[in-house]
Design a protein around this ligand. Sequence first.
Ligand code: SAH
Length: 214
Amino acid sequence: MISFRIAREEMVKQQLVKRGIQDPRLLKVMAQVRRHRFVDPGLQNRAYDDCPLPIGNNQTISQPYMVALMTELLELEGDERVLEIGTGSGYQTAILAELVEKVFSVERHHSLAQRARKTLDALNYSNIAIRVGDGSIGWNEFSPYDRIIVTAGAPTIPSSLFKQLKEGGILLIPVGDDFIQELNVIRKIGGKPVVERAGDCTFVPLIGKEGWKR
Ligand code: SAH
């Protein structure tokens, strides 16, 4: 029987620190949050492997390094309200909830949203709101957000998401085609987007009105 705690500590050392993740608050949380609770029982022994894993509905829980990298790129300090698009397993949601004031998360698959809600409730998170719907148009009701993170690949930057971002805020989104995307770090400065690119990645598609249409 492997120890999940030891597997987590190894994950942090080998997959995150060695590749340059530095934020001490983030590393602490990655070592604490029980990632194995976010995958099927049959996959729990692989929960700390260096790869994404299937979560049903043709979707995946992102690789631990990708979760850490994206979270670090959000430059979180603790008092933010964050919008996440693509709840999936809820693992990234949990990492964010540990680091900020409030997380709003949108998932298009009802069954995934429901399971994520159950997992997050069982782990006693009380600062997460989840909605089923098309997140490519954001969640206007609670906007503007300090940070917006999209964990699915988009063809272009959805203008609704940029509109729902606060001045000085950061929108993080993979943009590209079906096979490969580039992580776009978009800051709103004087109401205008200032875009930086932070390397290649591969996500499942963002499907919706301002995403892929299918
Ligand atoms: N952060 C999640 C990633 C899940 S994969 C995790 O690590 O578990 C991406 C998710 O985005 C999938 O669950 C998919 O259903 C969802 N998704 C795709 N298009 C969407 C849209 N327009 N609105 C909301 N969710 C969407």
